[in-house]
Write a protein that binds this ligand. Structure first.
Ligand SMILES: [Zn+2]
Length: 145
């Protein structure tokens, strides 16, 4: 799934779970559950062209904004929000270990598992599903808080 979806879900988990370690664990497992939902995603190449950077940039730019917005709205819960977002993003960050020989071997099995659970669909449907998920999870957040 997109970085943005994982960030929104992690931030909502972080505001709901007071224990940072629990938030991290729920975020990590939650990432894997979200990747199981049919979605569209992009691969991060080792070397990126300007065109790829421009295409991926909205996902990278909005995620920190969402994270910082949740921190601004819930400053006393910044540790829980941060740990849940890190837990949520870690599985995708670990996919980048394929570009390192040492780390690539260390996390090879995890990357194979992570790739096996992906349920990717075409762009329009994949984006629509993720947009709907963001609206639902933000709706639940607004309703609860
Ligand atoms: Zn993933």
């Amino acid at each position: 799934m997109l970085l943005l979806v994982h960030t929104v879900a992690g931030a909502v988990i972080g505001t709901s779970v007071a224990n940072p370690m629990a938030g991290f664990a729920i975020g990590f497992v939650g990432h894997l559950l979200l990747d199981w939902i049919p979605h569209w995603n992009y691969d991060i190449p080792r070397k990126m062209s300007i065109g790829e950077f421009i295409r991926f940039w909205p996902d990278w730019a909005t995620s920190p904004l969402i994270y910082l917005s949740f921190i601004a709205l819930n400053p006393s819960e910044w540790i829980s929000i941060t740990s849940a977002v890190i837990g949520m993003l870690l599985p995708d960050l670990l996919t980048l270990t394929r570009y390192s020989q040492t780390l690539g071997k260390l996390f090879g099995r995890f990357r194979t598992f992570h790739e096996a659970i992906q349920r990717e669909v075409r762009f329009t449907m994949g984006i629509a599903i993720q947009a709907a998920f963001i609206f639902i999870i933000l709706g639940v957040y607004i309703y609860l808080y």
